[in-house]
Every structure is written in structure tokens, then in C-alpha cells.
Design a protein around this ligand. Sequence first.
Ligand code: ARG
Length: 271
Amino acid sequence: MRYGKSLLAAVLLAMVGTIALTGCGETGGSNPTASSPATPASGAKEKLVMLTSPDYKPYEFPDPANREKIIGFDVDIANYIGKELGFEVEVKGTDFNGLVPALQASRADFVMAGMTPTPERQKNVDFSEIYYEAKNTVFAKKGSKLITEDDLIGKKVGVQLGSTQEGYVKDLKDKEKKNVQIVSLNAIPQIIQELKSGRIDAAIVESTVAEGYTVSNPDLEFHILPNKGLAGSAIAFPKGSKRVADFNKVLQKMKDNGEMKRLVQKWFEPQ
Ligand code: ARG
């Protein structure tokens, strides 16, 4: 009888524990260091919040058919990882500059935003392996003859606030003492607008992104810059997250089974 009571108590306690855990959930990132996703007791799939900066076609951008929905290369990768690890992905958007602070405040479970794992960011968040390598370009109006780094001297150069491209131009100015004027803007579409209206002379933008925008803006062109430092994309997590290893395993699987290549073709090399 006694045994029965304590067993009942143990079962009750376990239930309360489960409810408490699913209750705070990981969606708000309130428990970002928890291990691999488990299926909640309710049987519903666990939901992880992916935060991104949806101004970065083809990595992440509003679906033209439904602007509430964010689609792109990063979203497809996240959904594949979710399928493999048994969680659902909820994609939310914010300004690029706010992504790392959001992870630090546990307002998301992970960030995918074509984000480069710089040593500076690594102080505040953890990163997966790099899943895609990119190149920077000088992006400007057609015929402006702005091609190399030195062509930017004396010019107004637009970059996304908080990006590695901003770091690139800051280094040109502060370390290499080149006279460039930095114009930091929140989102890529703003940079495009400023370029087209002539309020900035050029911008530093990743080749894959610039390519997409030249299709819809034939008055713009880009020239690839030699790589300086890091330029790859990785998934960012709150510091100490135990999810990194599981995500890395799936990224490796995607590289091995051709899924990554398929997604690169789908988004970066459309027919
Ligand atoms: N790769 C660059 C960085 O890490 C730019 C990324 C911008 N991403 C975006 N979704 N707007 O800073």
C-alpha cells in the first residue's frame, strides 16, 4: 500500500515535470540550452523558433504570394533539419542587427540569416559548421565603373547595419586609412533604393544576393571582390546550446546525400 502511494506520487511528480517543461516550451527560447528536441507528452511536435532577417533574397525573403510568410534557402534547410530531428520550425523576422542580441536574450532557438561566424559574434553566440560559402561584390549603377576596392575611395558606400560587409568597409576606412564614407542601412531593399536614387554611390553586397537584385533592377551591376576573411554562412545558437551537434550532423548528412546541392541549385541557380 505504502509502495503504491509513493509510486503514485512519483508518477504525479513526473507528470508535473513534463507539463512544466512543455509549458515553458522552447519556442520562446526560455530553455535554450536543453538537449535535442523531444516530442512533448501531448504528442504534438516540438516547435523551435528560427529568427531571421527576411531582406536577403534568396536566403530569406517574404513569399510574393503571401508576404506574411518567409521563404528561401535558409528556411528550406531549417525545415529539413526539423524533419530529421523531429521538430517544427516557426520562422520569425527582425532586423539583421537585432539577431545576435535576440539569441542572447533567448528570444529564439536559433538564427539562420546567411550569417557569417565571425570571431566577434562567437563571443556571444555559438555556431554550426559553415553550410554555404559566398563572395562579396561591389554593387553599383551600371556604367559607374566602380569595380575594385580602390574605386570606392571618396565614395558613399552602403552596407547593412551590423553585417560583415559593414565590417569590411570600416576596416577599409579605419585600418587601411582609405577615404570611404560608410552609410549603414537596416535592410538590403533600402540599400537598393539608395543606390538607384544616387544617394549612395555603391554598396557591398554578397554575390548571390546582388545577382537576384540585378534581375529585377537591370540598371544595377556587381563585380566580385577577392575574399578577405570569412564569408560563409552558419547557423547561430544561444551560447551553450546543446543543439549544435545535432544540427551539424544533419548539415553533414545534407552535404553527403545531395540535399544541400539540390537546395543551392533551387535558390541560387534557378533555370
Ligand atoms: N553574411 C553577412 C553577415 O554575416 C551578411 C548577412 C546578412 N543577412 C541578412 N539576412 N540580411 O554579416
